[in-house]
Design a protein around this ligand. Structure first.
Ligand code: 2DT
Ligand code: MG
Length: 215
């Protein structure tokens, strides 16, 4: 008898604005995937638990100032240091849910004024999600959800620019087909259904295709 390899896992990225409910939806998605029989791992970016992640955390909490280009490359390095484990899991049949990924990496730095292509460059070659769920929330809804925390970037003017950059990035032909936009303004259960609808597309895609790399 020959053992058949399990089908590969699915790589799912959840992106969106602060307060759009990404982390809540990630948790619900992990649960639902498990109930559907998937082995699942959640990977948050930035991953603040690594050595590089510690530097990123001290930057985000304003404990240290780091030059814009340098912190940009550290965010990317934080993905590269975990890329191998993501590929290994996917190959072994484990679905990986990413809470933020290189899309946040590009838009937050580009929103500061760094060149878009410069920002995207270090991400080329990373594992490419089978599907990206973008949790969209309009300005008014975001404002209703209460004040920002105290971390860097949690100010309205930055958020407005980030929203614009995300819109631009969704039109980038290199990965335009991967996005599913979800209106995150509804109640949690309704949003979860919408997220699931997008994820099902990714499940379907992963059945017939190898894991790709960011081009
Ligand atoms: P959280 O609040 O989700 O922990 O994010 N960011 C994130 C970047 O500037 N570059 C990146 O590559 C990533 C993944 C977005 C903390 C902040 O870090 C920003 C918000
Ligand atoms: Mg935050």
């Amino acid at each position: 008898e020959t053992a058949t390899a399990p089908p590969r896992g699915i790589l799912i990225a959840i992106e969106g604005l602060d307060r759009a409910g990404k982390s809540t939806q990630c948790a619900l998605l992990v649960e639902r995937l498990q109930q559907s029989g998937h082995k699942v791992r959640l990977q948050k970016f930035p991953d603040r638990t690594t050595t590089i992640g510690t530097l990123i955390n001290s930057y985000l909490t304003s404990a240290t100032d780091i030059d814009d280009h340098t912190i940009h490359l550290l965010f990317s390095a934080n993905r590269w240091e975990l890329a191998h484990s993501i590929r290994t899991d996917i190959a072994a049949g484990v679905t990986v849910v990413l809470d933020r990924y290189m899309y946040s990496g590009v838009v937050f730095s580009a929103a500061k004024g760094l060149d878009y292509e410069y920002c995207r460059g270090p991400e080329v070659g990373l594992p490419r999600p089978d599907v990206i769920v973008f949790m969209d929330l309009d300005e008014g809804e975001a404002a209703k959800r209460g004040g920002f925390g105290e971390e860097r970037y949690e100010v309205p003017e930055v958020q407005r620019r980030v929203r614009e950059m995300f819109r631009m990035m969704r039109g980038d032909e290199r990965d335009a087909g991967d996005w599913g936009v979800v209106d995150a303004g509804a109640e949690v259960g309704v949003v979860a259904e919408r997220v699931w609808g997008v994820v099902e597309r990714g499940v379907e895609f992963a059945r017939g295709n190898e894991l790709r790399s960011i081009q």
